[in-house]
Design a protein around this ligand. Sequence first.
Ligand code: 5GP
Length: 157
Amino acid sequence: MRFGGFVNWILAPQGYNAPAFTQNAMSEQSIFTRIVSGEIPCYKVYEDECTFAFLDINPVRPGHVLIVPKIEIDQFFEVPEPYYSAVFATAKKLAPAIREAVGSVRIATVIAGFDVPHFHYHLIPADSLSEIDFSKTKKIEPAEMEKIRAKIASRVD
Ligand code: 5GP
C-alpha cells in the first residue's frame, strides 16, 4: 500500500452497505469511516463513488454539511486522486442545494480536522463571517435534522 500509515481504511466505491476494505490492522477506524460504512447512523444528503456527505451533528448553523472522501486520510493535502478532486466536485454540487434549502447569503467552507482525523470539508450556510463560530454550535432536534436533510437531498441532482 503506497500510502502506508496514512491510510487506515479504503472503502470500495460502491461502499455504503457492502464495503470492501484495505485495512491497517494496527489502526482503529475513524468515526467518519464508520458513518460511511453504515455502522453509525447519520443524516446523509449525498453519496457517490468517492465521497459521502451528511449533516454535522453539532451544526454551526442549520444545514451545516460535512463531505468526506471514502478513504481515511487525516490531512487534506495527503488525500490522493480521485478522492481529493471528488470532494471539491461534491462541494460544488451541494453548495447551491444547501443555500436554496436553508436560505443563506453564502456557503462558507472550512477545513480544520482538530476533532476527527479523517479529512472532512465543512460546508456552512452563513450570512456573515462572524457566524462561522465553532464555539456557538447548537444541537437540532432529530425531526428537524431530518427535514433539513430531506430539503438538501431533494435539491441535489
Ligand atoms: P473538526 O475535526 O473539523 O474540528 O470538526 C469535526 C466535526 O465533526 C465537528 O463539527 C463535529 O460536530 C462533527 N462530528 C463529530 N462526530 C460526529 C458524528 O458522529 N456525526 C456527525 N454527523 N458529525 C460529527
